[in-house]
Design a protein around this ligand. Sequence first.
Ligand code: DGY
Length: 321
Amino acid sequence: MKKKVVLTKNYLEEVIERLKREFELIVVEDTGKNLHEALEENQDAEALISFLSDNIAKESIDICKNLKIIANYAVGYNNIDYKHAIEKGIYVTNTPDILTAATADLTMALILSVSRRIVEADEFVRRGSFKGWQAKLMLGKELNGSTIGIIGMGRIGLALAFRAKAFGMNVIYYSRTRKQEIERKYGFKFVRFIELIRESDVVSIHIPYSNDVHHLFNKDVFDLMKKDAIFINVSRGALMDEKCLAQELEKNELFGAGLDVYEFEPEVTEKLKKLKNVVLAPHIGSATYKTRLAMAMMTYNDVVLALSGKKPKYLIPECKL
Ligand code: DGY
């Protein structure tokens, strides 16, 4: 008899086909039930593949008594009560590394879009307002020679640092642990958090979310930023006080912002939608076909390993099972 795997939402067909060949696959989205109800109906499921938008709380984890793995289709896993799962001996995996380049590209795309007012310019042309070249039309901010402050020098932070350097930016960073080899090799400079906030022309966050860093970017921090700075968040929405950011942008206390994530995702603060100095993306950091396919394959491979009694490859760091 095939083992049962629950996948919360549809993802790439190629991988869904593989899962179907190997397992009895329940796709929650197709059942018309919510996750809790679908798990109640499939208590014999041995694997759960979740999305970052699924809240995998203790109550859901406890429903399937024989659950062996929760494979999150994302690098971030703050949506899972992973401590509870690990305590119960359930493997928790994610999809690190593979989405680094795609996410760093999207970050750079947001920086460029905000600094050169690309979305505003596109709208300008489409509504027929372009009447000819003008000396002061859509003046933006030049990246060359400016400073980018990267919060979190992990894989994505580093990939962004390389991209920023290629655009002629000076790179400073703040991270829990100082990366001296990176400093020596590439000249990226470690600074204190406050120093980074005060000195950067672009501030970009690349750290995981936890309660400890809830609203890391609040009014006090936004107020310390340069008046013509750009704020970028592609990590997790609750790292910033979104309402406060909208107010700062409205008052032109910042040059602009580029967001791929939102505090109450998928809800977006209404005020932000009305502002020209913010570029809004729908959480597409990893959204290239190549990356999303590779991420799906990572979840598939880890489920196969776990359900054949082996250790999955991409355990989250906290999972020492
Ligand atoms: C993730 O995988 O955690 C990212 O947020 C995707 O963009």
